[in-house]
Design a protein around this ligand. Sequence first.
Ligand code: FAD
Ligand code: MG
Length: 355
Amino acid sequence: MKKSGIIAAVLLAVGALCVFSGRWPIGKPHEVSGENFRLGTYVKLRLLGEDKNFFEGELAAMDGEIVRLEGLFSVNIASSDISRLNGAGGEWVKVTPETAALVKRSLAIAALTDGAFDPAIGRIVRLWGIGTPGARVPKPAEIRAALRSKGYKEVTVRENGGECYIKTPPGLWLDLGAIAKGHVADILKERLAADGVKRAVIDLGGNLDLVGDSPEGRPWRLGLQHPHKPRGEYFGVVEVSDRSVVTSGPYERFFEQDGVCYHHIFDPATGYPAKSDFDSVSIIDRDSALADALCTALFVMGRVKAEKFLEKNGGLAAVFVLASEDKVLVTPEARKIFRLTDKNFTVDTIGGESP
Ligand code: FAD
Ligand code: MG
């Protein structure tokens, strides 16, 4: 299924780069880029530097790595670790160490967010089918049957002599859709660092990673998608180097029935699309998996719980668009890098004192 794609549009600094590998004036880097449909979205990779031939091989290897990881984590691939687990009916399933590590990380973030992010949401996701041709509003009894009262707490990961196993109770399905793209981005960044690539843009549709600084030697400038306007129109910009910028919002995947919009971010407590105070949540962090999962969690929490979470877990750079009024909320950490461009909005601080 096509995932409606990029949430952070790369602005001027990136727009000035040439696509593919045309020669730049002296001192400017080459760019080698590629685009493929992966992880249910358009994945765009851009490498910048001098070694064009090396970059072409590196791009192909990165794409191969994405395909391999998708083959482990996707619920849409029958042979993936996660699909095998979901079909195991309560038995222990041997998985790759990579899947075990991501599931363990997911369980830790689920605990941190008190279950607002819950990787055990799989049956609810499948039931609603949002983003698929079979999207529908399920009957309340179907939702009750698919809901897990203990959720992620029922998932067990065991490591034994280098072998990894996971057990889930019958009827509990995992879904890593809210964290796996961030995790894949983190793995790609590790690879680029090991291979000495100093500048790159990894765009996994909603998860944007900026490696190094822009070719002009300044931070990259990114526009944050306006949740109520066409794709590419933004309400503000952030200036960042070596950071992941991740956004979650209800406008990405939804369907409408009888005038009601049903979106793809679920409240694990109810099994219904989360009724959030936010129209979008963006997080800027080095750790893309964490940013991905927390965006989803903070959206589910809504304003009051999100504010408490931010006060308890200080130092997070996050930008929220409120649903009910033309207002943007930024954490003190985000205020340092965020600039409002849509003058119809006002900005307030959340999760700390105004600087
Ligand atoms: P996010 O807010 O980051 O995540 C929302 C997604 O996470 C939902 O779609 C759901 O899957 C899950 N979720 C919802 N609520 C919660 C919650 N409270 N806690 C935890 N998780 C929740 N899309 C396709 O259409 N076809 C594909 O074949 C396909 N394959 C994919 C394979 C992989 C490995 C991954 C990572 C994604 C794939 N996708 C595919 C895309 C996926 O279904 C989601 O649309 C996407 O991951 C949502 O990302 P987001 O950034 O828009 O939203
Ligand atoms: Mg997410």
